[in-house]
Write a protein that binds this ligand. Sequence first.
Ligand code: FES
Length: 145
Amino acid sequence: MRKFLLIISVLIILILPGLVTPSCDTNQGQIIPYVQVDLYLLLYADLADVGIGGTKLIPGEGVNGIVLYRESDLLFYAYDLTCTLWPEHDEAVVEDPAFFGVFECPDCGSTYLLMNGGEPNSGPARYPLVEYHTSIQGDVLHVYN
Ligand code: FES
């Protein structure tokens, strides 16, 4: 009987943690795939139509396209459009026509605020949109990683 209880105790110790570990139903921090970004955009040509607080989509760059957000005259932020809840879904967020600067995942409904560092605002996503570096030299905006 003692041997049986010992075996049962060992099995419980070895198996129970696997049973009670929660299933992974949200992104536990995986990052989106690395894609080299190295863009040069002219402030008074390519970005002339982007006012302060405005956005510009750059399809075909990054993983699922990039959105630029102009915070001030010479300050831009660049975010990858890939929803961070499940990067392997390869789903691009889209701008919410009702709320300026808010991007929403058509899959999970997570919303991200560009004016708040691309942080999730609602929905299940827990991580912000992936941000790329930006710098301005002369009249050229460089977006890179
Ligand atoms: S990406 Fe499938 S959940 Fe937002």
